[in-house]
Write a protein that binds this ligand. Sequence first.
Ligand code: SUO
Ligand code: CP
Length: 315
Amino acid sequence: MKHYLTTDDIDSVPKIIEEAIALKKDPYQAEQLGKRKTLGMLFFNSSLRTRLSTQKAAMQLGMQVMVMNFSGEAWSLEFEDGSVMNGSTSEHIREAAAVISQYCDIIAVRAFPTLTDKDKDEEEYVLKSFQKYASVPIVNMESATAHPLQALTDAITITELKTRKKPKVVLSWAPHPKALPHAVANSFTSMMQKMDVEFVITHPVGYELNPEVTGDTPIVYDQDEALKDADFVYVKNWSSYKDYGKVLHSDPAWRISQDKMALTNNGKFMHCLPVRRNVIVDDAVLDSPQSVVIQQANNRTFAAQVVLKQILESL
Ligand SMILES: NCCC[C@H](NC(=O)CCC(=O)O)C(=O)O
Ligand SMILES: NC(=O)OP(=O)(O)O
């Protein structure tokens, strides 16, 4: 693997899942691979799981890790070419990416969307600028439109927990007070399209994801109908894509309750976390055995580890 920017950078989904599960069984099997190699993790946004699990994954491969927060700590970066930098930005991505490449063998970046400038977000201008001006592989730790480490985690978790060959997986929108990105839902959708599952998306009218991402995936506007017989209920809020970045409404009827889970085939509740209790999902569901969010978060380590391993092997 050269870079990990989207789920399309995976050669074979079944093989990478198998390799991740093998790493979970024996996390130090490749601890020499990353010796004297450095991972630089750059954060433009907050994180708990991605930061800790990716660092842990790198350490289990024998790597050294450096972390830098760009919100408030690093110089504020300019991404426009030819700009006269007499405003608030202090350093151009051209120098920053080239300099960091001298210190790091792999650079991982988290940069959420603006949710106001659709074109800029879809260009992935932060991630793609790092890719353009860095001379080392780039790993996406959640960008404007994609969260492929999360999607790989979710694929591993579904593979571990499925009880029938072709499980039914439902991606359900749920309410949230803030405007949230599409990245998790996009990458989850792309990953499910690559897996042997019956995949359905449910959300209120107006919350359609980018049609280029959803493609042929069925969209069911009746949540109860969609949840029927589901083996996995993957819950996430996102803002409107059509009315870009807007919260159209946050209908509490879409919150996941025990009554809704009762419609499923003893379905597992999944969420990438962090989750707003009693807004997205009731305590009773999150605290029930049907919730697998903690196991899911544990798998973040092995998703990151298999990606870093495949990149290290290609260096
Ligand atoms: N990395 C996982 C999710 C990150 C982000 N969630 C958030 O910003 C939630 C913040 C809050 O609940 O205040 C998202 O939806 O893409
Ligand atoms: N799921 C996830 O990416 O969590 P963090 O935002 O805490 O990294």
